[in-house]
Design a protein around this ligand. Structure first.
Ligand code: FES
Length: 159
């Protein structure tokens, strides 16, 4: 039985005409699968490879090159919370914010809470230096998330 839904397979195939070679669709395909399944399981790697006429090792190479993708042993929670630790944010308390969130959630960066709600990550510059410390909630920037606003953010994410 296929792990990838027909809809997901069609979305992946829709990328093929946009690129000179099918192999170039590997990265968009990984993103589509990761968004849908919150990880890229081994079976999905094989199915992507089959769709794109590649060897599964080629898909796995692309996936493992980026630290972005999770496998089935460490799937993402509902919300992926990135905390910037680059210079501007670090100077405005980004590292303390990350440590505080890690402590409150009871997880280290790279892990997910037991209820599956929040995955915590550290990030390099998120492009929101003027609003340091900056975090990313899934794809949404949040600016000026100082330590005194951390609990408010966690309450929102836990709802
Ligand atoms: S240094 Fe944190 S967003 Fe740029």
């Amino acid at each position: 039985m296929s792990l990838l839904s027909e809809e997901l397979r069609q979305k992946i195939l829709a990328y093929v005409p946009r690129y000179p070679r099918k192999q170039a669709v590997t990265l968009p395909a990984l993103h589509l699968v990761h968004d849908a399944l919150r990880c890229v399981p081994r079976q999905a790697i094989e199915e992507i490879a089959e769709l794109l006429d590649l060897h599964p090792a080629e898909v796995h190479d692309t996936m493992s090159f980026y630290g972005f993708f999770r496998d089935e042993n460490n799937p993402l929670g509902q919300t992926r919370l990135w905390v910037c630790r680059s210079l501007a944010c670090m100077l405005r308390g980004g590292e303390e914010l990350l440590a505080y969130l890690s402590d409150k959630l009871g997880i280290a960066p790279g892990q997910t809470t037991a209820d599956g709600k929040i995955s915590l990550e550290f990030a390099e510059c998120l492009g929101g230096c003027d609003g340091a410390p900056c975090v990313l909630v899934n794809d949404e920037h949040r600016m000026n998330v100082t330590l005194d606003r951390a609990d408010q953010l966690l309450d929102e994410l836990r709802r």
